[in-house]
Design a binder for this molecule. Structure first.
Ligand code: C2E
Ligand code: MG
Ligand code: MG
Ligand code: MG
Length: 280
């Protein structure tokens, strides 16, 4: 009986694996065509100056309008893009698209708005990343300060290379931010070794507010550390007026979250929103 059971389990496992592999392959194949079929789209979320309420810039967030499954979020396909190498052409497309958009919005508002772009480890350590960024900036006649590159501690897998790339980006005038700060084991060690300009305090810390003294303590410790190191801060995932007020009482920082605006397609901001939010 035991033998029979064991075999049954192995069989179930094999079926699950096959399903997994099939889905994974299907995703990879349709992702391969997604770019040329123009199924990828960027949404944008505004980044606000918390203390003045003014607009600082935007973060580009990738979506896939899948012909069958509907609108997919990056967590549903970025891992496949990373594993398959498709992240390289996709990432270049994201960069170009996002810079083209910020050029338009800078011209409309006559303000130095920045665009933050998420970059995966594989894309970041790609030999040409610095050149790709430089070309995209030139194409849209943007200065380096218009672009912020967001990385996570997973780039530590290839540290020496990452360090050189961060330095190249700095030379171009771009800023580099550590995304999801505080969630990994080594986010602090990144600060020690890389010339980054900003930390983005992960949503999990913000959503704990208002909470126990420890929760507030943790956020203010991160703010203190950023201040001592001369780093700028963005708080992610602000959903309530209370969270905005608590953070505003702690320090000057930039802020993103549903409380200000959800990620939206470009047209949403171009029609009306920008003129309401960019009066000096
Ligand atoms: P992230 O860079 O940390 O982006 C923040 C995520 O939090 C976004 O999810 C955003 O929609 C969501 N968010 C913003 N404000 C709030 C809020 O107030 N409450 C809640 N509950 N969520 C909020 P999204 O768009 O699904 O993106 C998930 C992750 O996918 C991003 O996390 C980023 O790591 C990655 N990603 C997005 N676009 C790209 C891309 O173009 N390239 C790469 N490599 N990764 C990307
Ligand atoms: Mg991000
Ligand atoms: Mg984040
Ligand atoms: Mg994230």
């Amino acid at each position: 009986a035991a033998k029979h059971q064991g075999k049954g389990r192995a069989c179930e496992y094999a079926v699950e694996m096959t399903d997994y592999v099939r889905t994974r392959l299907q995703t990879e194949q349709s992702l391969y065509h997604a770019l040329e079929r123009q199924e990828l789209q960027l949404y944008y979320q505004p980044v606000m100056h918390l203390n003045t309420g003014g607009l600082a810039g935007f973060e580009a967030l990738l979506r896939w309008q899948h012909p069958v499954s509907g609108l997919l979020s990056p967590d549903q396909f970025i891992p496949v893009a990373e594993e398959s190498g498709l992240i390289e052409p996709i990432g270049t497309w994201v960069l170009e698209q996002a810079l083209q958009q910020i050029q338009i919005w800078q011209q409309m508002t006559q303000r130095p708005l920045f665009m933050a772009v998420n970059v995966s480890p594989r894309q970041f350590v790609h030999a040409d990343f610095g050149a790709i960024v430089q070309q995209a900036l030139q194409r849209y006649q943007l200065s380096g300060e218009s672009l912020e590159i967001e990385i996570t501690e997973s780039i530590l897998q290839d540290f020496q290379r990452s360090k050189r790339i961060v330095e190249t980006l700095r030379t171009l005038g771009c800023t580099v931010a550590i995304d999801d700060f505080g969630t990994g084991y080594s986010s602090v060690s990144l600060l020690r070794h890389l010339p980054v300009s900003r930390i983005k305090i992960d949503r999990s810390f913000v959503s704990a507010l208002p909470g126990r003294a420890q929760d507030t303590g943790l956020v203010s410790a991160m703010l203190g550390m950023a201040h001592s190191l001369g780093l700028e801060v963005t708080a992610e995932g602000i959903e309530t007026a209370e969270q905005a007020a608590i953070l505003a009482g702690m320090a000057n920082m930039a802020a993103q979250g549903y409380y200000f605006e959800r990620p939206q397609p470009a047209e949403f901001f171009t029609v009306g929103w920008l003129s309401r939010h960019s009066a000096a």
